[in-house]
Every structure is written in C-alpha cells, then in structure tokens.
Design a protein. Structure first.
Length: 254
C-alpha cells in the first residue's frame, strides 16, 4: 500500500513539474459555438529539468509526511515555517532549504493560476504568504502589484457590463442593441473582455430570436428592422443578414 502512495506522489510531482515548465496560456470560458475566434498556437514545450523534478518529488513527499495539501497556500506556508526550524549543521538542513524553494515556487504558481481565473483577491492573498526570506519574494511582490491593478480594471469592467445588462427590456430589441454598445467599451487588452464578449454575443442572439418571433407572426418588416440591430462581429450577425434577405423577399412577394 505504501509503495502505491509513493508511486502516486511521484506521478503527481512529475506532472506538477511539467506544468511549471510550460509557458502558460490563459484559459477562458468558451463563447457560443457560432462565434468565430482565433485560437492561440501553443508553443513547444521546453525540456524538463530532471534535477528540479527530483527536488519537487522530495518536497511533495515531505508534504505527504506532514499531511499537508500541495494545493493550499496556507499549508505550503506551514511546511516552509517547519523547514525553517531546521538549523544549519543538522542532517536535513540542505534538503529543507531545497524544499523551501520548491514550496515557495508552488505558492506563487497557485497565486498565478487564481489570477488567470480572475480570482484576484485569492491570488493576492496567496502571493502575500511568501515572506521576504523566500528567494521569489520580489517576484511575488511584483505580481501582486500587477494583480491589484488588474483587479481594479476587472471590477470596473464588470460593473460596466452589469450596467449594460440593466438597460435591457426583454421584449425590446433596441435595448439589447444599446446594451451591446455599452459592453463594447470594455478594452480587448483588459480583464473582463471575454466576459463582455460573451454577454454581447448572448444579447445579439436574443435580438435575432425576437426577429424570428416577429417573422413567425408574418411581421416581416418588423422582423427585418429588428434583425438589423444585431451588430457586426457578433454571434448573430451572419444569420441575421441571411434572414433579412429572406424576409425582404417575403415583403416583396406580398
């Protein structure tokens, strides 16, 4: 049984080291299936440093001995505090220093992952666990300052999208159009842009549905006017343009 646990830890540690060695891409929630977007090409994976991998394995084994969770910054901080109690000259001193470096790096990785998921408060809290004595303290402080800036931008953009949402009256296509124009103010380079685009695409599809409902009631002129409110570069635009042509033919035939 013990060998199985150790084997599992070795695998987890190896996979963790691989994840740290890769250039990270921000993972975002998918947009509607008919919304065109350009996929980023993932760069080639760099080679894994075997010595670093071995150090990670040892550090993970130490966490297991202490019954601490590698996915909790507070647990990693406890492990670091315990390792710091090992004095120079003691048998495990060198290994303890290596463990501290690994655990400190793991804390920063956890913080970065949270920031990538727009969980800025949690990211800042996790990064703040890294003390001045740790080798990556300055790196963590620099990241925290950046997350504080991004957090403010994200909150501002979130409020903007919520304000746009508040403009909408479900039966009025023009209010969806106004909401879209407001949400478009979220800059592409800022956190919250994907959230805004998802809302924009959802609202454009609502406009299209209202147009279809009117067409189903033979209100083709009204359907055409409604469908024109679906802006370019939204999920509904292409289909709206096709339907407009069909409905224009219906108007002409009648």
């Amino acid at each position: 049984m013990g060998s199985l646990v150790v084997g599992g830890l070795l695998l987890v540690a190896f996979l963790y080291q691989q994840s740290r060695s890769q250039i990270k891409l921000t993972v975002v929630k998918p947009l509607p299936s008919n919304y065109e977007r350009v996929e980023k090409q993932q760069p080639a994976k760099p080679q894994v440093n075997n010595s670093n991998s071995q150090e990670t394995i040892q550090a993970m084994l130490e966490l297991e001995k202490m019954s601490l969770d590698a996915n909790q910054a507070s647990d990693l901080s406890k492990a670091i505090a315990t390792a710091k109690n090992i004095q120079r000259g003691e048998a495990n001193y060198q290994q303890a220093r290596k463990n501290i470096q690994v655990w400190s790096g793991m804390i920063l990785d956890l913080a970065r992952n949270r920031a990538e998921n727009m969980e800025y408060s949690d990211a800042i809290k996790a990064g703040g666990v890294i003390t001045e004595q740790e080798p990556n303290y300055q790196e963590a402080q620099k990241a925290i300052k950046q997350w504080e800036i991004e957090s403010k931008k994200y909150l501002s953009n979130k409020i903007l999208v919520e304000a746009a949402q508040a403009l909408i009256k479900p039966s009025q296509a023009s209010t969806y159009n106004r909401a879209i124009e407001v949400a478009k103010r979220v800059p592409k380079s800022e956190p919250g842009y994907v959230m805004a685009q998802q809302s924009i695409n959802r609202w454009s599809l609502e406009i299209l549905q209202l147009a279809k409902n009117r067409a189903n009631n033979k209100q083709y002129s009204s359907a055409i006017a409604t469908a024109t409110l679906a802006p370019e570069d939204t999920a509904a635009y292409a289909e709206a343009q096709q339907l407009i042509k069909q409905w224009q033919k219906q108007v002409q035939d009648n």
